[in-house]
Design a protein around this ligand. Structure first.
Ligand code: HEM
Ligand SMILES: [Cu+2]
Length: 575
């Protein structure tokens, strides 16, 4: 291996330096992978408990009495525990699974490899940004062991509720601040790396779309996450020092008049959504990049509309900052203001549609190979369409007055976050697994896992639209006490059974992952015959990534180039 100028290799690093406190972006990416896949599993188990209560309200679960005696007296879940479950499910999935998987795993692993660099611009900062994540997870999850349990005011932590709960909520606030700091540090690194460390010939308009998406995502993180961190600090001050940013005067809790004066609960919603609407794009743009990368490889065609894809990402990123109050149509805002937020939201559909048509254009008349990553990528496109279109319903303010806080919204967000982001993540993991570990996943198990996940995902999530329109509220412990939902039990039970099957199907993925890690077929450098730079080095790549830094001569999607015998032209091959 050639020593790099940044990383002279004088002796082989100790186990601790190599696998635990590593500064190698690839190791850090893989550390993110294991941590966030574990959290995905944990978040999934919380979801199954939610579905247990919704499928069979009040039915005892004997083993839970031993695990959480306060939450399950006699094995029956209490409403407070239900609040904690959906709060922690949403928080774990969004903050500790989806964002770290998309940004932490793929950002770290792919950026230096795909731009032809030896590592990130600031490798130590990168290591710190990873190690803050387990720390944040520990703080947030410590709430489970405290009196009153973990946070319970939803992943959105609306004040005044979030300012009035116990120590678990406090842990949540502190943990999310730590996580936000980690994201900001990571994003500084990504932006600096993409701007400064591109190999010779790698112009911006030769960057693969996954890198464009991660680059713009990192800029969004830098602009949005500090707002969340600031809002959380204000919330912390309200709780600890009794300041009055979010707590109004005259607030009475449990018969006790609170000391705060003059705060505004709605201010929290504005600050939270000013972060969190951009954050939903932070949770989809990298997946869009991954999918844009995978479709050309398995359709053996150039990506349709490369430049328009980049401008669409930029458009989504800019518009993403102008739409936040579409989460607040029911907050009593002036209808004219509501209409302006409705229109700005609808405009986002334009770049989203451009991307969708470009993906379809890429598939059109391609020589399609339906390998596992491709199946996940195509599922991403179709599920994102359902997610996006239901977003348009929710964006229409008169319609949303009815749909807001119903299961329709839960359906929408799961189609974009599970159907979109998570299928994108599965596409990415199955696509880059051979590069990361030098071995291939078992294709048959991969396809079975895909098919079952796709079927059961739809079986769990699609009925949510029906229930939402029928008036089933979200975040509800027991809907059976409402007359208009008396007929909703059957559908809910069907969804719960499908959710358990969806959970079981993930065991196939876990088995395939670990079996292939040790026993999978050797992958070779370029198993998918792809063009971008990561496939120009060994699998897994050495410390320092490339024996010699390649020079780039072409764009990233030169497939089926006329006049060539191979149907792919790697970026670094001179013609
Ligand atoms: C075509 C694009 C989209 C449109 C027009 C759209 C529109 C909306 C609107 C209007 C709401 C608020 C509805 C309500 O609470 O009453 C909403 C909620 C939500 N959207 Fe989207 N959305 C789009 C794409 C996405 C994407 C790509 C994601 C994430 C990857 C996403 C994630 C969410 C989440 C998590 C919520 C629920 C937040 C909560 O209250 O807990 N959306 N969307
Ligand atoms: Cu939004």
């Amino acid at each position: 291996m050639t020593p790099s100028p940044n990383h002279p290799i004088t002796q082989s690093p100790s186990f601790v330096r190599k696998y635990i406190f590593s500064t190698d972006h690839k190791t850090i990416g893989i550390q993110f992978l294991f941590t966030s896949l574990f959290m995905l599993l944990f978040g999934g188990l919380l979801a199954l408990l939610i579905r247990w209560q919704l499928g069979w309200p009040g039915r005892p679960l004997a083993f839970m009495e031993t695990i959480a005696p306060e939450g399950f007296p006699g094995g029956i879940m209490v409403p407070e525990y239900y609040n904690m479950l959906f709060t922690m499910h949403g928080s774990v999935m969004i903050f500790f699974a989806i964002i770290p998987l998309l940004v932490g795993v793929f950002g770290n692993y792919l950026i230096p490899l795909k731009i032809g660099a030896r590592d990130m611009a600031f490798p130590k900062l990168n290591m710190i940004s990873f190690w803050m994540v387990p720390f944040a997870i520990a703080i947030v999850c410590a709430g489970f062991f405290l009196k009153g349990g973990a946070a319970a005011s939803g992943w959105t932590a609306y004040a005044p509720l979030s300012a009035t709960l116990g120590p678990g909520q406090l842990c949540w606030i502190v943990g999310v601040i730590v996580l936000g700091t980690s994201s900001i540090l990571g994003a500084v690194n990504y932006v600096a790396t993409v701007i400064n460390l591109r190999a010779s010939g790698m112009h911006f308009f030769r960057l693969p779309l996954s890198i464009w998406a991660l680059f713009i995502t990192a800029i969004m993180v830098l602009l949005a996450t500090p707002v969340l961190a600031a809002a959380l600090i204000l919330l912390l001050l309200d709780i600890t020092l009794h300041t009055s940013f979010f707590l109004p005067a005259g607030l009475v809790i449990d018969g006790v008049l609170q000391p705060n004066a003059g705060g505004q609960a709605l201010l929290w919603q504005h600050l939270f959504w000013f972060y969190s609407h951009p954050a939903v794009y932070i949770m989809i743009l990298p997946a869009m990049g991954i999918v844009s990368e995978i479709l050309p490889v398995f359709a053996r065609k150039p990506l349709f509309g490369y430049h328009s894809m980049i401008y669409a990402i930029m458009g989504i990123a800019i518009l993403g900052f102008l739409v936040w109050a579409h989460h607040m149509f029911t907050s009593g805002m002036n209808p004219t203001l509501g209409t302006s937020f409705m229109l700005s939201t609808m405009v986002i559909a334009v770049p989203s549609a451009i991307k969708t048509f470009n993906w379809l254009g890429t598939l059109w008349r391609g020589s399609i190979r339906l390998a596992t990553p491709m199946c996940h990528a195509v599922a991403f496109v179709s599920m994102f369409v359902i997610g996006g279109l239901t977003g348009i319903f929710a964006a229409a303010s008169p319609v949303d007055l009815y749909l807001h806080d119903t299961y329709f919204i839960v359906g929408h967000l799961h189609y974009v976050l599970f159907g979109g982001s998570l299928f994108g993540i599965f596409a990415g993991i199955t696509f880059w697994f051979p590069k990361m570990f030098g071995r291939r996943l078992n294709e048959r198990l991969g396809l079975i896992h895909f098919a079952l996940t796709f079927i059961f995902f739809n079986a769990v999530m699609f009925p949510m639209f029906i229930l939402g329109v029928a008036g089933m509220p979200r975040r509800i412990y027991d809907y059976t006490s409402y007359a208009h939902l008396s007929h909703a039990g059957g559908l809910n039970r069907m969804m719960s059974v499908a959710a358990f099957c969806l959970g079981l199907a993930q065991l196939i993925f876990i088995a395939n992952f670990f079996w292939s890690l040790f026993r999978g077929k050797r992958a070779g450098d370029n198993p998918w015959q792809a063009t971008t730079l990561e496939w120009a080095t060994s699998s897994p790549p050495p410390h320092g990534n490339f024996a010699a830094i390649p020079t780039v001569y072409h764009g990233p999607y030169e497939y089926s180039v006329p006049g060539r015998t191979d149907d792919w032209l790697p970026q670094h091959v001179k013609t």
